[in-house]
Design a protein around this ligand. Sequence first.
Ligand code: ATP
Length: 349
Amino acid sequence: MARQRRTSKATQYSIALIEGDGVGPEISKASLVVIDALQEKLGLSFSINQAPAGDNCKKRTGVALPESSIKTIRESDACLKGPVGETAADVIVKLRQMLDLYANIRPAKSLPNVPSLKPGIDMVIVRENTEDLYKGQEFEFDGGVVALRTITRSASERIAKYAFELAEQRGEGRKVLAVHKSNVLRKSDGLFAQVCREVSKSHPKVSFGEMLVDSAAMNLIRDPLSFDVIVTTNLYGDILSDEAAQLVGGLGMTPSANIGADFALFEPVHGAAPDIAGRGIANPIAMILTVAMMLDWLSKTKKDEACSEAASAIRAAVNHVLEAGTRTPDLGGKATTMQVAKAVATAIS
Ligand code: ATP
């Protein structure tokens, strides 16, 4: 059922919503409270179209990602997605490849009153999103399994370009760090590293460096302030972004975007968190900041300044709520998911 509120002059955006599993429905509802506040106070207009997918959907319909949901997603301006559980490979990995959402953007930023490893962390992981071991090419043979890792020049080139352009947009003096393991995976990571070096030559204002993935994992803890934009392959990006999330307060804090040439899907970095599902205590901030990333993308692609203002309003409201000490238990607070969402909505108002 579509949920909509029209205003006289605002463009209406259709958003496909995958509520997902575990804490997914709870944080999705929390994000809708914030979206409602944006509609009421900033005159934006959204129609939210449910696109069921994930474990619960598979139990109900026999399919993790029904054709009807794919159609809803394709017909929408963007997709907002909660986490899915065991069927993640059938849902998000499939959607990323099907819609060619090649750039997975995962910012990790210290926010006020949140237990961060150090204040002032502000990095973005740019993760290649369509290939590597995630192609799912695994084959059994007598006595074992072989998994094929695909790294192509074209996918490496477009993700490297994305990372350098993002670094330029972040302002003066920015740096891109290519993370790989080319000392061991000489051909596959060797190609990725080589392409990053080539692309760096077209972006002389951005400084460029390289780091082996094991060293990056250590240095994220040792010296997190030294990181700016990390560009890396699919699996390393997945692992390092959970680590980066923990640097800034945990998985409940980090949003992400899956961006393609003309469509994008937005989701929190975290998974279904079954250990806290159904208790109303999941931190909704990752999902709420995910809505802000969606608005940034709508602003850029639809050239709509109102979306950019709304994204800024969300971030300011989240900071305000955290400063006031309204926090879920993962951050040391006592607030529920809905109390945090309503506080953010009120701050927007
Ligand atoms: P997946 O394997 O699906 O990628 P994951 O490794 O990201 O999942 P999660 O399911 O996200 O793992 O959970 C990891 C830990 O982080 C759990 O202890 C969980 O409770 C916690 N966590 C994740 N998301 C949140 C959240 N929104 N609020 C509070 N805690 C969370």
